[in-house]
Design a protein around this ligand. Structure first.
Ligand SMILES: [Zn+2]
Length: 339
């Protein structure tokens, strides 16, 4: 029943998007008609199953809840039930004025981590099963991380993204559809649309503004995109240490890659993906290894929330809403006639 109902909703969403010519299927994607959910799929397809496999993300329709969710309530000061927890050793507040860059793989101006200090960061959030598993592992160790959310994934699973924020983690953004912003296929307007649609979609999903923290898909940046983020006072994140977890064949491989690099470099911002199954499975042991290795977690949070652009907020609200009021009861559409 649930599957049938879900399929019906998705079909309606697809039909509506096609009928209205959804504005986000804009000119830079004119080479191909937008793909919507295959009818056999019970859940929305990810924007990219293998991050580096393709430069053309799959176009899929998403949904925003009928009502804008309430902003997460401020969390009371939590006590940690785990006496051996990794915890958080230091919280740093980032003034994002002018769009500072972090992560020595690309941005080498700001060196703020001491020896053995580590920042945990996860891209492509949110996703069922894997994101909640990462959240549980972090909660069990009473530690905090940054999550960079893809706009489309946020519209698919806003309730999971709200769990991330409610747990006190920092939620930044990662474009609308995981487009490579350094691609020659994207003009200046298309780059702006990718960034701002992502920002507004994440804000709508969360019910509150995200952090003005941004990570370029595939770590692909260029001077024009950086200059734009600078004018928007959005901090740019690369990493110091790439886990390459999307290539890992097992949780052990994720752990070994991270620990080997970390033991060599001594500190850094670690890039992982809460979207990835092996990463989710690796987290409990990886966090234990970090603790055992004497590493300390630094939690990065913004001094002020992101200022999204009203025109993108309005457009996303208008275009992403599903015509829920017009949905007929399932039993008027699907009836069992033989069993
Ligand atoms: Zn990504």
């Amino acid at each position: 029943m649930r599957n049938a109902f879900g399929l019906m909703l998705m079909s309606l969403a697809a039909a509506t998007l096609i009928a209205t010519g959804g504005w986000f299927w804009n000119s830079h994607r004119s080479s191909a008609a937008p793909q919507t959910f295959a009818s056999a799929q019970a859940t929305p397809a990810p924007v990219h199953a293998k991050p580096l496999a393709s430069r053309d993300p799959i176009e899929t329709a998403g949904s925003i809840p009928e009502k804008e969710p309430a902003a997460p309530a401020p969390q009371p000061k939590q006590t940690c039930a785990n006496p051996d927890a990794l915890g958080v050793s230091r919280v740093v507040e980032i003034d994002t004025t002018g769009g500072p860059g972090f992560g020595f793989e690309h941005f080498k101006q700001i060196d703020f981590l001491g020896d053995k200090e580590v920042v945990l960061s996860f891209d492509d959030s949110p996703w069922p099963v894997n994101t909640p598993a990462v959240l549980k592992a972090l909660a069990d160790q009473c530690t905090k991380a940054m999550f960079f959310s893809i706009g489309k994934h946020a519209t698919f699973h806003p309730e999971i993204l709200r769990q991330v924020a409610a747990a006190g983690h920092t939620v930044g953004t990662h474009t609308w559809s995981h487009a490579n912003l350094n691609s020659k296929k994207l003009n200046e307007q298309a780059v702006k649309d990718e960034i701002e649609k992502g920002n507004s979609a994440v804000k709508l999903a969360l019910g509150t503004a995200p952090a003005p923290f941004f990570r370029f898909p595939e770590l692909q940046h260029n001077p024009a995109a950086m200059a734009y983020l600078g004018t928007r006072n959005i901090a740019m994140f690369s990493c110091d240490l790439d886990s390459f977890d999307f290539r890992a064949k097992s949780p052990e491989q994720v752990i070994n890659t991270v620990m080997t690099k970390l033991d060599k470099q001594g500190k850094g911002i670690i890039l992982m993906h809460d979207f990835q199954k092996h990463t989710a499975e690796a987290m409990p042991e990886l966090l234990r290894r970090l603790k055992a290795g004497g590493y300390k977690i630094v939690f990065m949070k913004p001094k002020a929330p992101m200022q999204t652009l009203p025109e993108y907020d309005e457009a996303m609200m208008k275009e992403m809403k599903l015509p829920v009021a017009g949905v007929r009861p399932v039993n008027t559409i699907v009836q069992t006639v033989s069993q």
